[in-house]
Design a protein around this ligand. Structure first.
Ligand SMILES: Cc1cc2nc3c(=O)[nH]c(=O)nc-3n(C[C@H](O)[C@H](O)[C@H](O)COP(=O)(O)OP(=O)(O)OC[C@H]3O[C@@H](n4cnc5c(N)ncnc54)[C@H](O)[C@@H]3O)c2cc1C
Length: 319
């Protein structure tokens, strides 16, 4: 790891005036500094900032520095969110890692994390070793000829499904952005992963109230049952009456370059009977636009099966 200067401001204003790389739990940023993927000269520890707390009085508001474990354990948090968190990383990591840091974690693409390999995301213009390399873990949706890395956050998938917003503070003021609009597909510029401006902080995550999201879940398929990133995941909320789907929210992870909302699947489900047949029919459009690579074609069918599994889990006993 290269030497760096560390500051620890106590107010948001001071943090915004401090140039450097923000450090929250450090579970991504320190890892990447050790690998020389990130080599900041100045690191700004933001843990003293008053950005904690979970408020469930109207929807959900989560301070950006609240820890993953605290949010997962909060009784007022929608099940899709708490399950996504509990299926992430390990208890020790969840105790360290913050909500804001989770949303800004970097891809786990092995070529991004290996400075000896070309990677357009880490070093624009150097090429993408994954496209012709070991790409079993990589994305099939939202890819480009420059980058096929998946977005790694489980939490972000649940939040995108539930129409969450992030509140951002910068030196010129504050703004609010829908999380679904915050993330970027790689296109020609895979190094630009989101809408965050230089020096801007995530201060809070806001999830609008959605009473029927009490019937929601997060299903994660991975190579082993703990401590592993998703091959495919699905966050689903479902409103059912008289054995028919009234409304639904669906997003998937592990298969795309950003948390991937599926409006066509949601539309196909509205008004449909809550049966295996209609779930399979709706999920069949989930892979539209997929561009499989040599080793990850299995994700196209896994994607559909994961959505169906989540829908079946949510309708057990009411079909
Ligand atoms: C072994 C291992 C397994 C893991 N498994 C999973 C998993 O299964 N699912 C999953 O979702 N994640 C997983 N993770 C990732 C982990 O959840 C993230 O590393 C963690 O959430 C990042 O949070 P942090 O507070 O430690 O962020 P940091 O490492 O401190 O920061 C991450 C990034 O966010 C920036 N940042 C942090 N907070 C803010 C803020 N408020 N405003 C602006 N910028 C900010 C930092 O500058 C940095 O770029 C795993 C990590 C490890 C090491």
């Amino acid at each position: 790891m290269r030497p760096f200067e560390l500051t620890a401001p106590a107010t948001v204003e001071d943090a915004l005036a401090s140039p450097g790389t923000f450090l929250a739990g450090g579970t991504t940023v320190v890892d990447l500094m050790k690998l020389n993927v990130l080599t900041p000269h100045q690191v700004v520890d933001i843990n003293e900032l008053p950005l904690r707390g979970v408020d469930t009085s109207d929807g959900l508001r989560i301070g950006a520095l609240e820890r993953m474990s605290a949010v997962a354990a909060h009784p007022g948090v929608y099940p899709a969110i708490s399950r996504a968190l509990l299926l992430s990383a390990s208890q020790q990591l969840r105790n360290m890692a913050s909500i804001g840091g989770n949303l800004l974690q970097r891809t786990r693409c092995t070529y991004f994390r290996d400075v000896a390999m070309p990677c357009n995301k880490r070093q624009p213009g150097s090429g993408c070793a994954a496209i012709s390399g070991a790409n079993r873990m990589h994305a099939v949706l939202g890819t480009s000829d420059k980058c096929v890395a998946t977005h790694a956050s489980d939490l972000a998938v649940a939040l995108v499904a539930l129409d969450a917003e992030v509140r951002l503070a910068g030196s010129t003021g504050s703004r609010t952005v829908r999380l679904a609009d915050f993330y970027r597909v790689p296109g020609e510029t895979p190094e630009v992963e989101n809408d965050l401006r230089p020096g801007e902080l995530i201060t809070e995550v806001v999830v609008p109230r959605l009473d029927w999201a009490s019937r929601s879940t997060y299903v994660k398929v991975r190579d082993r049952q703990s401590y592993e990133f998703a091959l495919c995941s699905a966050a689903v909320a479902l409103d059912i009456q008289d054995s028919h789907v009234v409304d639904t929210r669906i997003a998937v992870g592990g298969v795309a370059t950003m948390p991937w909302r599926l409006p066509a699947v949601e539309e196909a489900l509205r008004g449909a009977p809550a049966t295996l047949e209609s779930f399979e029919a709706a999920a069949s459009v989930a892979g539209e636009g997929a561009r499989p690579l040599a080793a990850n074609g299995y994700k196209v069918s896994l994607l559909k099966r994961t959505i169906v599994r989540a829908l079946l889990e949510l309708t057990e006993g009411s079909r």
